[in-house]
Design a protein around this ligand. Structure first.
Ligand code: COS
Length: 389
C-alpha cells in the first residue's frame, strides 16, 4: 500500500466506482422505495452484490477476497448508498461481521469461516451490543464458561444487524469476570443453528428498514474451543480494533446518503420554477446547495485520508497509532453529521414534495439518522477523538 495519504482514486478504483455507480442507478435505485415500504431483507440485492463480487472488496486475497483496500470498499459503499443505504449495508455489515476473524483468526478459522464470507456465500453478523450497553463496551453481561473442550454461552445481544439472516456470528462474552473490565472478555465464532442459539423479534425501524436487526439469545450454547478468537481476554481489543476499521464503512454509507440527497436536490432545483426562475437561482436555495457541495466534498476527503491511514496498518492485533484511531472516529462522526444535515436540507429544497414518500429524500433523511448512532454514537466518537488529542 502507498506510504502517502490519498486524495484521489486510482484507475482501478475509478473503474470500480463507475461500475457500481451504473449498477446502483440501474438495479438498486428502482426498488428502493418498495424495499423501504416492505421492510423485508432484500435477498435479490444480496445476489446482485455476490454476482458483482462486492462482498469481499477488502478481504484478504488468500481467503478469496479482493484485497482492494479500504478506499475501494468505501467507494462501493458510497455509490450503493446514493441509491439505497440499506443495500449499502449488505457489503458494509459483511465487513463488520468478518473483521474480528480477519484481525484475530487463525489460518484454520479463516479457511473455514472467512472464505465463504469473502464471496457472500455466507453472511456475517457482529455481536457486541447488549440491552444495557452499546456505548459502554466493557460493561457486557454475556458469559462464556469453559467446560472441557467447549465454552458454554449464556446471555443476549441487541440491535444486531443481519441478526436473523447471518450464518456466522462474532460474539463478545465475558470469560474471566475476576479480571479488570478490559481484559475479562473474549470473542467467539458462532454458527447459525447451534443448539440454544436463537434470534428474537425483528426491530421495526425509522430507516434502513429492509435490513434485518434483531436480538440474539444464547441459552447454554456449546461452542467448541477452536472457535475462540485469539486468546481469552483479547475480546475488548479485538472489538475496538474492528470498530476502528469498520467505522469508515459507516462514514461511506453516510457520505453516499448525503451525496445522493445533494444530487437529487440539485437536479430538482434546476427544474423547479418559482417567481419566474429555477429555484437554484434563488440565493436561499443556492446557498443550501453550495453548503451541501462543500460539506460532502470535505467529508469524502476526510474519509479517503482515513482509509489510506488504515491501509498502512496490519490487519492483525497490533496496536494502531492514535492518529489513525482519531481519523476513523472523525470520519464516522463528520460524514454522518453531514448526511443528517444534508438530507434535512434536501427535504427543505423539495418543499412539500420532499415530505412525500414518492420522492427519495425523506427516506434518505430517515436512513441518515442511524449513521449518527450505530458503530458508536457520535458522542462516543467525540470522546475517542478528544482522548487522542
Ligand atoms: N481503538 C483501539 N483501542 C482503544 C480504542 C479504540 N478506538 N478506544 C480505547 N482503546 C483502548 C485504550 O487505549 C485503552 O488502552 P490501555 O488500557 O492500553 O490504555 C483501553 O482501550 C481502554 O480504554 P478506555 O479506558 O478509554 O475504555 P472505556 O471502557 O472507557 O471505553 C470507549 C472506551 C467509550 C471509546 C469504547 O467503549 C467505545 O468505543 N464505545 C462505543 C462502542 C460502539 O461503537 N458500540 C456500538 C456497537 S457496534 S453497532
Amino acid at each position: 500500500m502507498e506510504e502517502f495519504e490519498r486524495f484521489d482514486l486510482t484507475e482501478e478504483e475509478r473503474m470500480l466506482r463507475d461500475m457500481v455507480r451504473r449498477l446502483a442507478k440501474e438495479k438498486v435505485a428502482p426498488g428502493a422505495e418498495e424495499r423501504d415500504k416492505k421492510g423485508e431483507y432484500p435477498y435479490d440485492m444480496l445476489e446482485l452484490m455476490k454476482e458483482n463480487g462486492l462482498m469481499g472488496i477488502d478481504f484478504p486475497e488468500a481467503y478469496d477476497g479482493m484485497a482492494a483496500g479500504m478506499i475501494a470498499h468505501c467507494v462501493v459503499v458510497e455509490e450503493l448508498a446514493k441509491a439505497d443505504a440499506a443495500v449499502a449495508l449488505i457489503p458494509s455489515c459483511q465487513e463488520l461481521g468478518s473483521l474480528p476473524i480477519i484481525l484475530a483468526g487463525t489460518h484454520e478459522q479463516k479457511e473455514k469461516y472467512l472464505k465463504p464470507l469473502s464471496t457472500g456465500e455466507k453472511l456475517a453478523a457482529f455481536g457486541l451490543t447488549e440491552a444495557k450497553g452499546g456505548s459502554d463496551v466493557a460493561a457486557l453481561k454475556t458469559r462464556a464458561v469453559r467446560k472441557g473442550d467447549k465454552y458454554i454461552l449464556n446471555g443476549t445481544k441487541m440491535w444486531i444487524t443481519n441478526g436473523g439472516v447471518a450464518d456466522t456470528y462474532c460474539i463478545y462474552a465475558v470469560t474471566d469476570p475476576d479480571k479488570p473490565q478490559h481484559q475479562n472478555a473474549s470473542v467467539f465464532i458462532l454458527e447459525k443453528g447451534m443448539p440454544g442459539f436463537s434470534v428474537g423479534k425483528k426491530e421495526s425501524k425509522l430507516g434502513i428498514r429492509c435490513s434485518d436487526t434483531r436480538e440474539l439469545v444464547f441459552e447454554d450454547v456449546e461452542v467448541p474451543v477452536e472457535n475462540l478468537l485469539a486468546g481469552e481476554g483479547q475480546g475488548f481489543h479485538i472489538m475496538m480494533k474492528t470498530l476502528d476499521f469498520s467505522r469508515p464503512s459507516v462514514a461511506a454509507q453516510a457520505l453516499g446518503i448525503a451525496a445522493g440527497a445533494f444530487e437529487y436536490a440539485t437536479e430538482y432545483a434546476k427544474e423547479r420554477i418559482t417567481f419566474g426562475k429555477p429555484i437554484i437561482r434563488h440565493q436561499a436555495i443556492a446557498f443550501k446547495l453550495a453548503d451541501m457541495s462543500m460539506r460532502t466534498t470535505a467529508a469524502r476527503q476526510l474519509l479517503w485520508k482515513t482509509c489510506s491511514l488504515l491501509d498502512k496498518e496490519g490487519k492483525d492485533l497490533s496496536r494502531i497509532p492514535a492518529e489513525t484511531i482519531r481519523h476513523s472516529s472523525m470520519s464516522k462522526a463528520y460524514c454522518s453529521d453531514v448526511a443528517m444535515w444534508t438530507t434535512i436540507e434536501a427535504v427543505q429544497v423539495l418543499g412539500g414534495f420532499g415530505y412525500s414518500t414518492e420522492y427519495p429524500v425523506e427516506r434518505m433523511m430517515r436512513d441518515a439518522k442511524i449513521t449518527q448512532i450505530y458503530e458508536g454514537t457520535n458522542e462516543i466518537q467525540r470522546i475517542v477523538i478528544a482522548s487522542t488529542l
